[in-house]
Write a protein that binds this ligand. Structure first.
Ligand code: UD1
Length: 317
């Protein structure tokens, strides 16, 4: 049993990580400022965790959360390419300033390792597919830049201070608890939310952009392995399903699962948008013994089921 600190532990991916750690019998502390995270996400484990409200932009405020911690899983961030285009200052402050605070505080507290939630957006629009970690990073948006900078800081803290760090480049994670009612959420949840509210979703571009949609449980498993796998220290590792799908294909699958005919309205492509992206997951396979065990369609079914239950219990989403 070890002590884990999950920053952003009340958020979409973070709360799934917290649950998995509790299931494994670890002692779990959660740090969240509840700006996008929600205490509801932790309902199943609320009495088994140490939940602290703090903001990673506040270096002093987060200090006590790190006392006695072995592993830090750093998920706190402001997601969304679009949000970062609208408000680059806040994305920068949280994702870069906040990450630096987490690294400094982790180093000072003597934690064993920090695992950082990076992003596939690091690759930008290079032509090589699948995306392999040896490719040059080419951020196209402030969000992508913040995530690449986080990776650089992680590498630097390992080189300069001997703090073990791992950066995981998550590829378009989806699943239960992703926000159904925010323009800054992932596209699958945005479409599901619109469907349940009886609205018409917007499809930016021709729908032929490709993404590696990865079910959240797969990312959680990879993240837990990254905390302890000896060979992961100092690495940047892709975490995806290893397959690309166009948005048009995703809409078809969604219609199959929903038994409906969701027809989005088209709008011009969004600035900062990547055209095509899917992961080479060989490194994750070899270093983390990672395998994306839950397939896309099973993941989609579980996400639809959860979304419907949210709608049923609240009357809206
Ligand atoms: C990017 C990263 C991803 C990261 C995420 C965090 C890439 C390839 N992926 O996701 O790793 O986890 O940021 O926020 O950079 N779209 C619509 N209608 C909508 C919303 C989105 O058509 O209402 C389109 C977008 O224009 C985009 C695609 O759907 O082409 C996916 O968008 P989104 O879910 O926001 O994720 P990315 O920006 O791809």
């Amino acid at each position: 049993m070890a002590v884990y600190l999950v920053t952003g532990g009340a958020g979409f991916i973070g709360s799934h990580i917290v649950e998995a750690l509790v299931r494994q019998g670890h002692q779990v502390r959660v740090l969240d400022n509840f700006s996008t995270g929600r205490e509801d996400n932790l309902a199943a484990v609320r009495d088994q965790i140490d939940l602290r409200r703090a903001d990673i932009r506040d270096a002093e405020g987060i200090g006590p959360c790190f006392e006695g911690v072995d592993y830090v899983v750093h998920e706190a961030a402001l997601a969304s390419v679009e949000r970062s285009m609208t408000d680059p200052l806040t994305s920068n402050a949280v994702n870069i300033g906040g990450t630096l605070n987490v690294l400094v505080t982790g180093r000072n507290a003597g934690v064993r390792r920090v695992v950082f939630a990076g992003s596939s957006s690091a690759y930008g629009n290079g032509t090589a597919l699948p995306r392999v970690e040896s490719l040059e990073s080419r951020p196209l948006s402030p969000y992508a830049l913040t995530k690449v900078t986080g990776e650089h800081y992680c590498e630097m803290f390992m080189t300069l201070y001997g703090l073990e760090t791992v950066s995981l480049r998550y590829f378009n994670i989806f699943g239960p608890r992703q926000n159904l009612n925010s323009q800054y959420s992932g596209v699958i949840s945005i479409f599901l939310g619109a469907y349940l509210r009886g609205e018409t979703p917007i499809l930016y571009g021709d729908g032929e952009q490709m993404r590696d949609f990865t079910f959240v449980d797969n990312a959680v498993e990879a993240t837990l392995r990254a905390c302890t796998a000896p060979a992961a220290a100092g690495k940047i590792i892709n975490i995806g399903a290893g397959k690309g799908q166009t948005l048009n294909q995703v809409i078809e699958r969604l219609n199959d699962v929903l038994g409906s005919h969701l027809t989005p309205r088209h709008a011009p492509p969004r600035p900062g948008d990547v055209r095509s992206s899917y992961a080479d997951i060989s490194l994750a396979r070899s270093i983390l013994d990672y395998e994306p065990r839950i397939g896309f369609e099973e993941g989609l079914r579980r996400t639809v089921e959860w979304s419907r239950s949210q709608f049923a219990s609240k009357g809206t989403v």
